[in-house]
Design a binder for this molecule. Structure first.
Ligand code: TYM
Length: 324
């Protein structure tokens, strides 16, 4: 089984990224092969400051390593270091119906807000399909918001295979039921673009402040509450073990508690949870050369696989054209 996933360096990672995706990367790194990359080409559709993009890309690598991604077991690299993917993207573009991309949410949402989208955003799912297909990926661990893109990838792979013969492996998405859609501090999906995130490596004081700002309803303390539909409870559950979850759920159902108590418990858990990675992060930041070494070796291994798949696709569609 080959696992692959990518994450954009558009800002520092947040709880949604971790519990929806990064945790799965780490759990799955013992697959036959696991490829994880920092999607800086995708990020280019939003980050326009070159210094900042480069810094965010490096920070993303540091964060992933600090969180437990092990370069001995998984291949970690930067998307733009594998140019084969951009070439594969073009081949896929030639079999992509416009209508398919018009239905994709990132583009649709931007248009609905009256903003003008560029071709990069419009064709974003095709690059993502190339990312996935370039490594013969079987399994793609992601959060719920990426499901549509993986469906597009499957459609394009099927179309290419139909036109030119079996070329690509058909990938499938892998979601974690309990955290496929982590809520933000306002109860909507946690997302950088909604400005409702709590970052993984936020200084403890500002993390606490944000937790205290998590939106709650104004029902009286005595009133029993349903835990499952409460986003504060959902966030607490991410960090709690089963017994703690049940105890908290019982407290909700009984009533007579304040949301402030839950927030305090959540802040303590979150702080403890990220304490070790926070320390590992500091060690890595002190040795950037080690991080770059991992990324260069990762790119070398990723290119090896991607060039094999690109050639297979080029041969299939007739552009690997050489004197016979
Ligand atoms: P990105 O960078 O927006 O998000 C990275 C991962 O985090 C997950 N995620 C969440 N999961 C649960 N709850 C949330 N609130 C939440 N917010 C984010 C996302 O689902 C994702 O798995 N297009 C991708 C990057 C990409 C990619 C790929 C992914 C490029 N090529 C190939 C997989 C395969 C993206 O923008 O993810």
């Amino acid at each position: 089984m080959r696992v692959l996933s990518g994450i954009q360096p558009t800002g520092r990672f947040h709880w949604g990224n971790y519990f929806g995706a990064i945790r799965q990367y780490i759990e799955l790194q013992d697959a036959d092969q696991a490829f994880y990359f920092i999607a800086n080409l995708h990020a280019l559709t939003t980050v326009r400051d070159p210094e900042q993009l480069c810094q965010l890309t490096f920070d993303a690598a540091v964060d992933l390593l600090a969180l437990g991604l092990d370069p001995e077991r998984a291949v970690l690299f930067i998307q733009s270091h594998v140019p084969e993917v951009s070439e594969l993207c073009w081949l896929l573009m030639t079999v992509t119906p416009m209508g398919l991309l018009e239905r994709c949410h990132a583009y649709k949402d931007k248009k609905a807000r009256g903003l003008s989208a560029d071709a990069g955003l419009f064709t974003y799912p095709v690059l993502m399909a190339a990312d996935i297909l370039a490594y013969d990926s079987d399994v793609v661990p992601v959060g719920e918001d990426q499901i549509q893109h993986i469906e597009v990838c499957r459609d394009l792979a099927a179309k290419f295979n139909h036109l030119f013969g079996e070329t690509f492996v058909m990938p499938r998405a892998k979601l974690l039921d309990a955290s496929a859609k982590v809520p933000g501090i306002d109860g909507e999906k946690m997302s950088k673009s909604y400005n409702n995130t709590i970052e993984l490596f936020e200084p403890p004081k500002s993390m606490r402040k944000k937790i205290m700002r998590i939106k709650t309803d104004s029902r009286p303390m005595e009133e029993p509450k349903e835990p499952e539909t409460d986003h504060l409870y959902q966030l607490y559950s991410l960090f709690a073990n089963e017994t703690e979850r049940e105890e908290m759920a019982a407290l909700y159902r009984r009533g007579g508690f304040g949301y402030g108590e839950v927030k305090k418990a959540l802040a303590e858990k979150a702080e403890a949870f990220f304490a070790e990675p926070r320390q590992r992060r500091e060690e890595l930041v002190a040795h950037p050369e080690r991080v770059w070494e991992v990324l260069h070796e990762g790119a070398r291994r990723a290119r090896e696989k991607a060039s094999e798949v690109l050639q297979r696709a080029q041969e299939a569609c007739g552009v690997f054209c050489q004197r016979r």
